[in-house]
Write a protein that binds this ligand. Structure first.
Ligand code: GLN
Length: 305
């Protein structure tokens, strides 16, 4: 297994030069675009890794999976999907257009920014601080760590520049999909996006999803199977933004990416995969990460679609 991972790394790392690090969040432009880290957590509890797999980076949109998992456990499926749909859009992650034009008047899914901001608004707690603290507590349990760290620089940098996310959030307020203060909900959203994980952490999370919510390291059920199924289905149809269809064809497994360069993927009953490669394509997906997953899927016959 390690040999396969090493070979895939050697080939995929060449693809870092076809991408660019995100710079619309100014602090992200400081990342080193030539980096690549790959991690695999297998059902029997082994971890394989290569490159910058221990390097921590901001999860960005991968936090949308984490917040959905959390809110499903604290609020339940009905409450969540009363405010957000389960359908792909084919639009970029930060698109606002369908909020106004769709007759349903709610975001299409929880993995575009609009849907994720609604989900952040459902986190329980009196203040943004309390909400994020309780969320981080859930995450610490999830990855079996003592504490979860938020990158303050990236958080502040996004908060200071997020005109488009503010526009989306105010639109959601008008649709009565956000209760309370818009800026408080945005604050929670920016902080969850700046949570630091490594590729290894992502692989472990992916493994838990692969085992229908069972964490083999902690030997306990973290999510009920239905919650894991909802999350994996949405990852399949919406996880790679407007590249989800092509990813399904080329790689064929549920995955979720973030503009920090991460991709978390899951292979039913077999393994979780974590990638860090901050050079991105025009859709916001890691170029080397996509190539690595494509090669791994072929080499190990991971395709489930
Ligand atoms: N925080 C980022 C944003 O809202 C997350 C986007 C992403 O990773 N695609 O723009």
């Amino acid at each position: 297994m390690q040999n396969i991972l090493d070979q895939v790394y050697e080939q995929a790392v060449q693809y870092t030069r076809f991408g660019k690090v995100a710079d619309y969040i100014p602090a992200l432009s400081l990342c080193d675009g030539s980096q690549l880290g790959l991690a695999m957590a297998t059902k029997d509890g082994q971890i394989f890794s290569v490159g910058q797999a221990e390097q921590r980076f901001t999860v960005q949109s991968i936090s949308k999976v984490l917040s959905l998992a959390y809110v499903l456990t604290v609020s339940g499926e009905d409450e969540v999907f009363a405010r957000v749909g389960k359908e792909p859009t084919g639009d970029p992650f930060n698109s606002i257009i369908r909020l106004e034009t769709s007759a349903r008047r709610k975001p299409f899914n929880p993995f575009i920014n609009a849907g994720a901001i609604v989900v952040s608004g459902l986190m329980p707690g009196a203040t943004p601080n309390e909400r994020i603290e309780r969320f981080c507590h859930f995450l610490a349990d999830l990855v079996g760590q003592d504490n979860i760290v938020i990158d303050a620089t990236v958080y502040q940098s996004e908060k200071a520049t997020a005109a488009r996310n503010r526009a989306i959030a105010w639109f959601l307020k008008e649709l009565q999909l956000i209760d309370g203060e818009v800026e408080d909900t945005l604050d929670v959203y920016f902080r969850q996006c700046a949570v630091l994980f490594s590729a290894v952490d992502l692989a472990k999370f992916g493994l838990m999803l692969a085992l229908d919510g069972w964490d083999p390291c902690q030997k306990r059920q973290i999510l009920i199977p239905r919650q894991a199924r909802i999350i994996k289905s949405l990852m399949t149809t919406c996880g790679m933004y407007d590249g989800s269809g092509e990813f399904a064809v080329e790689v064929g497994i549920p995955a979720k990416s973030g503009v920090g360069g991460g991709i978390m993927a899951t292979v039913r009953d077999r393994m979780g995969l974590g990638v860090y490669g901050p050079a991105l394509d025009e859709r916001g997906n890691s170029t080397a990460g996509l190539e690595a997953l494509r090669r791994l899927s072929n080499a190990l016959d991971l395709r489930v679609l």
